[in-house]
Design a protein around this ligand. Structure first.
Ligand code: GDP
Ligand code: CA
Length: 334
């Protein structure tokens, strides 16, 4: 079975670990978000690709969910001693090596997709990890700072400002001109199942879908498309996804996120007021058991919906989520 997953960082990576356990024989292709990428100290940093690679390859800091295990911060301290910032982005010594290798290969002319493949040679994540695009895309967030509207890099909004100010707009700069990386559209066309993990619907999955061609390929895939809600109750399980959902006019609930993705076959998902009409994506949607009351609302939008436990508290619980998602995919395949 060929499974394609559109993944952000922590939520995507943890789900993938469960999926690998639930479907050990499956051929899994991960289309990774690169709109979080940032240039720091002359290096190209790809936080979401690395989170997936380290998590599946056994190199992740488990408690934190990102960055390397057994990390030290000597380089960062030395940079600070030179007064060279930013100091708000945590790059450890082991992690630095990844960014150095990546930047060196990009400088030698390799596209990001080839570089990612080379990095994965070491980590053996057990999935095929492809960046959404080889082109540069950077999410910017419009915020009001000192009475003025300003656009800041997503990482500055998320990590430095801790999403403490309302996001007025979220713009994946460069996405419109970007092309899907080699293999992305082919993987979607050949998939048996497409899964949207509990990743951030705006700044992880949303930015992947913003690359022209990808949303259309998901909507047009022969395979069933099933998603899992990152919102449990009225809040994201982890992080601040509600802040960026508000920016696109979507309430923080499992049902609203499903409506935002939209039902396959439907023209325009709700919550999006800007841009051309977009194709709906979902055949099926999983909400947590605490949100069982929302099942009817999601189904009335034409999306098959089930309420199952959606907390990735350990590997077994996560594998059960993946099993439920695959079962729902079979059900909607009809
Ligand atoms: P990021 O790039 O590191 O922010 O990670 P993702 O975009 O892949 O995932 C972030 C989302 O994962 C957040 O919106 C969380 O609500 C969601 N998330 C994290 N842990 C869980 C969990 O155990 N269950 C569910 N359903 N969602 C989760
Ligand atoms: Ca991310």
């Amino acid at each position: 079975m060929r499974i394609v997953v559109l993944a952000g960082g922590i939520g995507g990576a943890r789900f993938l670990r469960g999926l690998k356990k639930a479907a050990p024989e499956a051929e899994i292709t991960v289309i990774g978000n690169t709109a979080d990428d940032i240039h720091l100290f002359g290096l190209k940093v790809c936080p979401d690709l690395d989170t997936v690679m380290y998590t599946l390859g056994g190199g992740i800091n488990e408690e934190q969910g990102w960055g390397r295990s057994e990390e030290t911060f000597r380089v960062k301290e030395e940079l600070a001693a030179y007064g060279v910032g930013p100091d708000w982005f945590g790059l450890g010594d082991r992690d630095f090596a990844t960014h150095i290798v990546r930047t060196q290969m990009l400088g030698a002319g390799f596209p990001l997709s080839a570089v990612t493949e080379a990095l994965c040679d070491r980590w053996q994540p057990g999935v095929r990890l492809i960046p959404m695009t080889d082109d540069r895309v950077e999410t910017h967030v419009a915020v009001e700072l000192d009475g003025e509207r300003r656009a800041v890099h997503f990482q500055e909004y998320w990590v430095r400002l801790r999403a403490s100010k309302p996001a007025l707009a979220v713009v994946p700069v460069g996405a419109e001109q970007a092309k899907p990386a080699p293999g992305v559209l082919e993987a979607l066309a050949e998939a048996d199942v497409v899964l949207l993990p509990p990743s951030n619907p705006v700044v992880s999955v949303g930015t992947i879908l913003a690359v022209p061609g990808i949303r259309e390929a998901v909507a047009g895939a022969a395979a069933p498309v099933v998603g899992l809600s990152p919102i449990v109750g009225d809040a994201p399980v982890r992080g601040m996804a509600d802040k960026v959902l508000a920016a696109v006019g979507v309430e923080s609930s499992a049902a609203a996120v499903a409506e935002h993705y939209g039902h396959r076959g439907a023209a325009a998902p709700q919550g999006d007021t800007e841009g051309p009409e977009k194709a709906g994506l979902l055949d099926g949607w999983l909400v947590d058991t605490v949100d069982a009351g929302l099942v009817e609302r999601v189904e009335s939008a034409g999306i098959r919906c089930r309420a199952v436990p959606l907390l990735m508290s350990d590997l077994d619980a996560t594998a059960r989520m993946a099993t439920e998602a695959l079962a729902l995919a079979e059900e909607v395949r009809g």
